[in-house]
Ligand binder design. Structure first.
Ligand SMILES: Nc1ncnc2c1ncn2[C@@H]1O[C@H](COP(=O)(O)OP(=O)(O)OP(=O)(O)O)[C@@H](O)[C@H]1O
Length: 610
């Protein structure tokens, strides 16, 4: 599919929207303060002191020049006063430098702590959300923006603090200028108006460009990954896909480049034009001050103080307005971040309140369950009625796409049924506290995660609080045949797995699967669910794994999904699914007698093995 063309005009975010995003700033600062209150207040104090230094330094400079002029004209030179002034200016310069360094140091430290804190919050929040939210692409974009802007938020913090500091600098400089010559303020206003116009003109545009490209940036990241990663390398080489992927990447990025180039050029062009106007106003003021000095109204010291103050004021005011745009732009990202943190569970699944019973007495029951995935009109499963009795081993079989995994996701309450309900001992499962309910289950999914962490961590993921319980780890590894994998490595459980990190070792598909099964044993859950857990195991390992599974989980409730009928027949009962409906359910013998799909598929596989 060729990449879709995007319009070259991003939706502009207007000034009002930019302002509205500032409402998140107080919450942002509350979070920063919480991260390290002492450092936060020290930073504020440094900034307050720093704000008064420029006007003080300029004023002492003026006194020095006036004193020099006085001493040139004096017949008897007395330089004591002059040296004191020079010493004061030197002292102020040293203090200013120390404080500036203190500010950037504390900015950096606060920023680092804050970004660690937000990353942790994002990870935790993600785990709280429902699967349908995580699978939703709009939501995913929000998550992406919340995640990406961590460093932007750190910049935002120092920008806002500098803004506050500059307000004090500007007021103090203004006070100085007004005391000498109030008329200069008019020229000052004229000199900064162009900057304000420029900022209003472009405010929000670059943000809206970046925002409207979130989805494409995700696509670009993916293409970069697909074209240059160890996971895809085999197929990319073999099928000669690298040019295709590189071109797709290039076409999409070229469109973005064209848009941002257009914006950057416009911004630079208008910026230079307005700057010329601003500079002219500054020189107007300068000429005015020179005239007044020549006329004897101002001293030479006044001249340096006023021109210095005027120049600083202008650049501070310009900085104030450009920074304001940067702040409102980053505050829009802040909005993404806080909106993400404030996301709640899907509205159609209000959280249940009932605590979970310690033991399952009768089991689960699906009553007329039907389900459509969010934003889809298709019934994936419908009219599903069956019981999963306590202590029973039930197998699901059926062709690809029949709905087996979907039923598991419903049982686990990753999704709520669109119609019908699921009961546990006669009570609808949605009445239980979801997180507690999910603790009942130990699950190995078809696409279980291969964590690029140590072997120990990979097994302990089933009950991470038990990571140092060697006995339990050994027990789980032994039951799942993963102990053989552990013994292959001199570092044993401490072996790093995967190829991403130094000394990491990749495993075969079957070895990974044994580790995933160990995870389920580690959990010691009430209900075990194995979704094609042995597809990568060799025939001997598979039989062994299943025989063990049945023995070791005696009395436990379990659901097994498998395409291998030799495995399935060990189950107490087998449920056959076809096109999202239950076709037949019973023991192996019953279904063979039934002589429908199960018997047909069983005989087909059995013939294949002969
Ligand atoms: N997250 C999802 N969003 C939308 N549709 C989905 C999603 N997951 C699965 N489906 C659709 O639901 C149907 C049933 O999928 P499911 O994974 O339950 O089948 P399965 O019986 O487990 O198949 P297999 O044997 O291939 O694992 C399929 O048509 C699939 O396209």
């Amino acid at each position: 599919m060729p990449p879709k063309k995007k319009s070259l005009e991003p939706n502009k975010i207007n000034f009002r929207e930019s302002f509205a995003s500032l409402k998140f700033v107080p919450r942002f600062f509350k979070e920063i303060r919480k991260v390290n209150p002492a450092l936060f207040y020290a930073n504020l104090l440094c900034r307050v002191v720093n704000a008064f230094l420029p006007v003080l330094i300029l004023y002492v400079g003026k006194l020095i020049i006036d004193e020099v002029v006085l001493q040139i004209a004096a017949e008897e030179k007395d330089l004591d006063q002059l040296w004191i002034l020079v010493a004061v200016e030197f002292g102020l310069a040293v203090i200013s430098d120390l404080i500036s360094r203190g500010i950037s140091l504390s900015d950096g430290l606060l920023g680092d702590q804050y970004s660690i804190n937000t990353s942790v919050k994002i990870i935790k929040k993600t785990s709280e959300l429902n699967l349908d939210q995580l699978e939703d692409s709009e939501f995913y974009d929000k998550l992406e923006r919340a995640r990406q802007q961590t460093t932007g938020r750190v910049g935002l913090m120092s920008n806002i603090l500098t803004q506050g500091e500059d307000v004090v600098v500007i007021l103090s400089l203004l006070g100085g200028v007004v005391a000498f010559e109030p008329w200069l303020i008019i020229l000052l206003v004229v000199s900064i108006i162009p900057t304000i116009i420029n900022e209003i003109k472009f405010s929000g545009t670059s943000y809206s460009l970046a925002r409207s490209w979130t989805q494409e940036r995700r696509e670009l990241d993916y293409l970069r990954y697909a074209g240059a990663s160890d996971v895809t390398a085999k197929e990319v080489k073999l099928f000669g896909l690298s040019d295709y992927l590189a071109n797709r990447f290039k076409n999409l990025s070229d469109t973005y480049y064209t848009q941002s180039k257009k914006l950057a050029k416009e911004r630079a062009g208008w910026g230079s034009f307005f700057n010329v106007i601003g500079t002219s106003a500054y020189y107007g003021a300068y000429i005015f001050i020179i005239f007044r000095t020549v006329a004897g109204v101002f001293t030479l010291g006044d001249l340096t103080f006023l021109s210095g103050s005027f120049n600083r004021l202008r650049s501070k005011l310009q900085g104030f307005f450009t920074r304001f745009t940067a702040i409102t732009e980053s505050a829009l990202y802040l909005q993404d971040y806080f909106e993400f943190l404030d996301l709640t569970y899907a509205e159609n699944s209000p959280e249940g309140k009932l605590p979970l019973p310690k033991k399952i007495n009768n089991g689960f029951e699906f009553k007329n369950v039907g389900f459509k995935y969010p934003k889809s009109e298709m019934w994936v499963v419908r009219n599903i009625n069956f019981q999963l009795k306590a202590g029973e081993k039930l197998a699901f079989v059926g062709e690809n796409g029949a709905g087996k995994t979907t039923l598991i996701k419903l049982l686990l309450r990753f999704y709520e049924p669109t119609e019908g309900e699921i009961l546990l001992d006669g009570i609808p499962v949605k009445q239980y506290i979801q997180s507690e309910y999910q603790q009942y289950f130990g699950v190995i999914f078809q696409d279980f995660v291969k964590f690029e962490l140590t072997l120990r961590e990979n097994i302990a993921m089933g009950a991470i609080e038990e990571i140092h319980n060697q006995e339990r780890l050994d027990g789980a590894a032994e039951k799942s045949l993963a102990l053989e994998v552990v013994s292959e490595f001199p570092m044993g459980y401490n072996q790093q797995l995967g190829k991403r990190f130094k000394n990491g070792k990749d495993l075969s598909g079957g070895q990974w699967q044994k580790i995933a099964i160990a995870r389920a044993y580690m959990k010691d859950a009430e209900v075990l669910i194995l979704d094609e857990p042995t597809s990568a195991l060799d025939a001997r390992a598979e039989t062994e794994a299943f025989d063990r599974f049945i023995k070791l989980t005696e009395g436990k409730t379990a659901v097994i999904i498998s395409h291998r009928f030799s495995t399935v027949r060990i189950a107490d009962r087998i449920m056959v699914l076809k096109d999202g409906a239950v076709l037949e359910i019973g023991t192996h013998q019953e279904l063979m007698k039934n002589d429908k799909l199960y018997a047909e598929l069983f005989n087909l596989q059995a013939a294949g093995y002969q």
